[in-house]
Design a binder for this molecule. Structure first.
Ligand code: SF4
Length: 737
């Protein structure tokens, strides 16, 4: 699209799942400025420190500006031909499961859609997984088990309407700051609102909490299973709701009843008094929202934790109502968009299921695809193991840095180094992953990219370019389509714009979907380039085609041409004189109908297990996470000196008793080690930390701090249902360096 440098462009922040609207402007001297978009319904003009420093992170230092093959510059044609021919020959010789894509929640939905289409429908394998596996796969699995669909029932407004917010494993103040600000503002207006923080650490979020439950690592299943039992014992169930809208309650309550309060106290490390106070507060507060994030998801019991929480909301009928419901907040800007297009190894596009033969046939027919993946592919951890043992022979990594961010990162690096053919599409020339690529493909960055993202409340917003693509950088969707074309799939990848891809994605969401699936934005299936350009943030589900999505009175000069179906897909019909508008946000399950065959939600019977990972050699539990002002492996936030002022170096938090026991003082340098590796970090002695545990942030890599690469310590142990790695519970030891 043409860039008009003189006007402010409405776009969205590329960091967390809050999905804040940003207004970006380029001055005559080329200086970029950003401010919060006052009209965006996620943030109403607010931005956090990371969002407000975006302009400081978009210089061209270190950018990958031209394709490279084996460290030498190459033309696009040569690079794309090599990628396509190597993938083609590998598939011909070893089968489709010998290749894989590892993609990212940083991709826009249109990029994600095409990558998924190429792998699942045209290559015929499901070996496409994403760094979102590290972020919210357990929430997806928990939603699917309970609801029959991966649906986040609530909307952000519920956090302002609730009388009780329970934050579980979520340092919202640092990791979703604008959502935290919204809650803080609501609480100021209604001081009677209560907030409970469930977290082993006393994080900054505890500043707003009435009660902090410093739970033992992975004590969450016991905590919420105990709550279910308490609700049953104290006549706090919504029996009518349970009977009308759920199944499996009896078994779930029976399983929960095997644990008494003393048992819950032992499993959670909380006192019976703390438990009783929390349980009775939840029992008596009708408008309760439980917000959960990585402390729940990044666990070997992540899916069970999600279902333990959902069980309590189903048992009280507190779901699909204003100010009530379970609420998963995603870490990444487009983790939800990736879910919508089936960008994970165990999903199909448009919330269809890869293990459902009818869904597979439907997607294949819609795509007019020569093949369709017959079974789930390799999830992230398994994928890199398959690279290591030679089953994956050609790997394409897009917009992510697994050499630093995957658990057991040293082993992941070794696997990538040993892989016969590695392609990396990225914006930077020198990440720890890019340096191992045989082919490097320069992608466009935030400020240049054009597409959509979906935030944690199912709101789809545009990311719009305000800078021209530098050098030979190209959009990810273009790169994928060009490789597909060279592999012989040109007709299905003839897309000319992200608008066309979005329209196809929207059409697929409504294809033979008579209310059977939650995700349906088919009202946008005929969107044209101009309407796509003006698309206002909207919530799914969008209304059915034919309902007044677009009111009369479309501005003069609007495009009238119906979008041609690109890529051979089927598209819907746009009403005459249409334009896009923001609609009233929708809660799911307000009618008590779920997406299971009998339309009833499922309770999951859970019996908490206590896992002890610590040993005499590794006697402490290491918990990993984020800090306020950095993002992932710092490839973007590391460019802003302002963002490094908050915390300038990697650190480890330790309780004073543990520090004394290990002969460590505040500000010492310590060696933290696990069976997989060691890092050197600054010590911060603090009572915020639970005795027996350590906390260290995930961000620093060798580029920013010598021997500070934290994920060389973490283990590849994963949740058996979701495949999400347990990044928050690793046995470790600490010693003074
Ligand atoms: Fe960006 Fe999240 Fe901050 Fe909003 S809260 S400005 S989306 S990092």
């Amino acid at each position: 699209m043409e860039i008009d440098a003189a006007r402010e462009v409405r776009t969205t922040c590329p960091y967390c799942g809050v999905g804040c609207g940003v207004l970006a402007k380029v001055a005559a001297n080329g200086q970029v400025s950003v401010r919060g978009d006052p009209d965006h319904p996620a943030n109403f003009g607010r931005l956090c420190s990371k969002g407000s420093a975006l302009a400081e992170t978009i210089d061209l230092d270190g950018r990958l500006l031209h394709p490279q093959i084996h460290d030498r510059p190459a033309g696009w044609n040569e690079a794309l031909d090599l990628v396509a021919s190597t993938f083609r020959h590998t598939i011909a010789e070893h089968g489709p499961d010998a290749v894989a894509f590892y993609v990212s929640g940083q991709l826009l939905t249109e990029d994600y859609y095409l990558a998924n289409k190429l792998m699942k429908g045209f290559i015929g394998s499901a070996n496409i997984d994403t760094n979102s596996r590290l972020c919210m796969a357990s929430s997806v699995a928990g939603h699917c088990r309970a609801f029959g669909s991966d649906t986040v029932p609530g909307i952000y407004e519920d956090l302002e309407l609730a009388d009780l917010i329970v934050l579980v494993g979520s340092n919202l103040a640092w990791c979703h700051p604008v959502l935290y600000q919204r809650i803080a503002a609501a609480r100021e207006k209604r001081p009677e609102m209560k907030i409970v923080l469930v977290d082993p650490r006393r994080t900054m979020t505890s500043d707003i909490a009435d009660m902090h439950l410093a739970i033992a690592p992975d004590g969450d299943v016991a905590l919420f299973t105990g709550l279910l039992a308490w609700l049953g014992q104290h006549n706090a169930l919504d029996r009518a709701y349970i009977t009308a809208h759920t199944a499996g309650f009896g078994q779930a309550l029976f399983a929960a009843s095997t644990l008494d309060l003393a048992g819950v106290a032992a499993a959670t490390g909380l006192s019976e008094d703390e438990l009783s106070r929390f349980y009775s507060l939840f029992a008596r507060t009708e408008k309760a929202v439980t917000v959960y994030s990585q402390g729940v998801n990044q666990s070997s019991q992540g899916t069970d934790k999600v279902n333990a929480i959902i069980n309590c909301h189903l048992a009280t009928g507190r779901i699909g109502k204003a100010g009530a419901g379970p609420f998963s907040v995603t870490g990444q800007p487009n983790a939800m968009g990736g879910r919508e297009v089936g960008g994970m190894a165990n999903m199909l596009a448009a919330h269809m299921e890869i293990e459902n033969p009818g869904h597979r046939e439907r997607v294949q027919r819609f795509w007019k695809a020569p093949a369709i993946a017959g079974e789930p592919g390799l999830k992230a951890v398994e994928m890199f193991k398959a690279v290591a043992d030679g089953r994956i022979k050609a790997l394409w990594i897009m917009a992510t840095n697994p050499v630093d961010s995957m658990p057991d990162a040293g082993a992941v690096e070794a696997s990538i180094k040993a892989c016969p053919f590695v392609v990396v599409s990225d914006v930077l020339a020198e990440t720890d992953t890019v340096r191992h690529a045989h082919v490097r493909l320069p992608a466009t960055a935030w400020g240049e990219k054009d597409g959509t993202v979906t935030n944690s409340e199912r709101r789809i917003s545009r990311q719009r370019p305000f800078l021209a693509a530098p050098g030979e950088a190209r959009p990810d969707w273009w790169i994928i389509a060009e490789v597909a074309r060279r592999m012989g799939f040109g007709e299905a990848f003839a897309h000319k714009s992200p608008a066309g891809i979005f329209a196809e994605h929207a059409a697929l969401s409504g294809f033979e979907n008579d209310g059977e699936r939650d995700f349906d934005i088919s009202a946008y299936a005929a969107i044209d380039v101009e309407d796509y350009e003006g698309l206002a943030p909207f919530h799914w589900p969008a209304p059915s085609p034919g309902t007044p999505l677009w009111p009369a009175g479309r501005p003069e000069g609007g495009a009238q041409a119906q979008l041609q179906s690109e890529g051979g897909a089927q598209a819907g019909t746009r009403p005459e004189g249409a334009t896009s508008i923001e609609r009233q946000p929708t809660r799911f399950f307000a009618d008590g109908n779920f997406y299971t065959p009998d339309r009833k939600a499922r309770f999951i019977a859970l019996r908490p297990t206590v896992e002890t990972r610590i040993t005499a050699a590794f006697p402490l539990v290491l918990n990993t996470g984020r800090i306020r002002d950095h993002w992932h492996t710092m490839t973007r936030t590391g460019k802003s000196p302002r963002l490094s002022q908050h915390i300038a170096e990697p650190f480890v938090e330790i309780h004073p008793e543990d520090a004394q026991r290990h002969g460590i003082g505040d500000a010492d340098i310590a060696r933290v080690s696990t069976p997989r590796g060691e890092v050197l970090v600054r010590v911060l002695v603090t009572t915020r930390q639970r005795p027996g545990s350590l906390f260290a942030p995930m961000h620093w890599t060798d580029q920013f701090a010598a021997r500070g690469r934290l994920d060389t310590l973490t283990a590849s142990l994963a949740d058996p249902v979701s495949g999400q790695p347990a990044l928050k519970h690793v046995a470790a030891r600490i010693e003074k360096f």
